[in-house]
Design a protein around this ligand. Structure first.
Ligand SMILES: *Cc1c(COP(=O)(O)O)cnc(C)c1O
Length: 427
């Protein structure tokens, strides 16, 4: 097993090591939850203070023009675009993932209704993030369509002639398993279906090539690996071949071709701007804009390819260290195969540990300054301990430290303490 000295050497040799200095992380904390809420980039507080005190406080309404507020969703979208293999002018940062999913799913059904009217089924995975399923279910009720839920290995078999849209999350939020975007998109197209990709656990974490895959629609999150802050705006992408073909359902004035003409009738913008709805949270958008400077810095050091290489090295190290230090205590839920692994590692306790101990183990780790999270299981899937590995600010030494802390929690049975069993509202 790799030693602490080896880890420190790997950190010293890591070309991305300077990126950590761009973040304000509390001392002593090993943060393995950047897949839920990205850490705070150091430059963000000053940017937010400037937007509030100067742009809002002093420049008042002039800032819509002078500070570029009105164009901010598109400007931020243009900065996210290269991270997901989209072109300039093809992405807007706006609203939430849930809301953007509603827009693109509805648009996809509209396109299917024109091209293949018999197709009225949306397919997704049972283990998808629940909000994706709730939005799809609500839309199906509204449209009289059917939502069909499948297991990850059933994707190819699910593409029957009734399927209008395949809606998948690229990297599963629980397991960290990653789909082959190009292969799945090609299979769906060959079967006559459109594909909506949710990139919440991909954008900023793994290289994504929407254009190369010829994907149809995508949405994703601003507050996870993009570090935009709690509730940061999400993003939406539509392939240019579809963008002007139909309205999206939330046809607010920010999606109008000429919002300041104030005409009573709706004329949608001809580009991705039509996927905007109403007035956007400028302070949050500014924080996200500033947070993306970290990726500009990463570009100088090899960009997403270098981040991916480090992410795989970090997750490999964690898997090896947990298996060496906690033998038999956990089953690895995340695929070992690099091509199928996102940037997180999920474990489920084995029968060596008391039933229902996953939550308390995570709480005991948090008390030791190792922050991961817990996701409850159900009849189909086990409780899991979830650890996100953000190559922007994690070191090899951190990863070994996290595995050692986990081993200590297991060895000392710290998880049995009553204080670690109290469930809070957010897990
Ligand atoms: C985090 C996440 C979301 C969050 O959606 P919000 O609208 O921001 O609450 C949605 N889908 C997936 C797959 C996620 O991982």
């Amino acid at each position: 097993m790799i030693s602490q000295q080896d880890c420190r050497q790997r950190d010293a040799d890591d070309p991305l090591r300077t990126l950590r200095d761009l973040f304000d992380l509390p001392p002593g904390v090993i943060y393995l939850d950047g897949n839920s809420l990205g850490a705070l980039p150091r430059a963000v507080p000053a940017r937010v203070a400037h937007v509030v005190a100067q742009q809002w406080g002093q420049d008042l309404i002039k800032s819509w023009n002078s500070a570029g507020w009105f164009a901010l969703p598109r400007r931020v979208g243009d900065r996210i675009a290269p991270l997901i293999g989209a072109g300039g002018g093809e992405v807007v940062a706006t609203d939430t993932t849930s809301i953007n999913l509603y827009k693109v799913l509805s648009a996809a059904l509209n396109i299917a209704a024109q091209d293949a009217p018999g197709r009225r089924t949306i397919v997704s995975e049972r283990s998808n993030f629940p909000t994706d399923l709730y939005i799809a279910e609500a839309l199906c009720r509204e449209r009289g369509c059917t939502l069909k839920l499948i297991e990850p290995h059933e994707v190819a078999a699910s593409l029957t002639p009734d399927v209008a849209v395949l809606m998948l999350t690229h990297v599963n939020y629980r397991t960290g398993a990653m789909h082959d975007m190009a292969a799945v998109t090609a299979a769906a197209h060959a079967a006559g279906a459109l594909v909506v990709w949710d990139l919440c656990h991909s954008a900023g974490a793994v290289p994504v090539d929407l254009s190369g895959a010829q994907a149809d629609f995508a949405v994703g999150c601003g507050y996870k690996y993009l570090n935009g802050g709690p509730g940061a705006p999400a993003f939406v992408w539509v392939h240019p071949r579809h963008v002007a073909r139909c309205w999206q359902p939330l046809a607010g004035w920010w999606g109008h071709a000429q919002p300041f003409a104030f005409t009573p009738d709706y004329q949608p913008a001809m580009d991705i701007t039509r996927y905007q709805c109403g007035t956007q949270p400028i302070v949050s958008l500014s924080a996200l804009d500033c947070a993306l400077d970290v990726f500009t810095a990463a570009d100088q050091l090899g960009g997403m390819a270098a981040l991916r290489a480090k992410s795989l090295a970090l997750t490999d190290l964690f898997i090896d260290a947990v298996e060496a230090l906690c033998p038999g205590a956990f089953t690895l839920v995340t695929p070992r195969e690099h091509a199928r692994r996102g940037s997180q590692v999920c474990l489920t306790p084995t029968a060596q540990l008391p039933a229902g101990s996953a939550y308390a183990i995570v709480q005991a780790l948090i008390a030791r300054g190792v922050i991961g999270d817990f996701r409850a299981g159900d009849a189909q899937q086990p409780d899991i301990l979830r650890f996100g590995f953000t190559p922007l600010y994690l070191s090899f030494d951190n990863v070994l430290g996290a595995a050692q802390a986990l081993a200590e929690v297991v060895r000392t049975r710290e998880y049995a303490q009553a204080r670690f069993h109290h469930k809070q509202a957010v897990t």
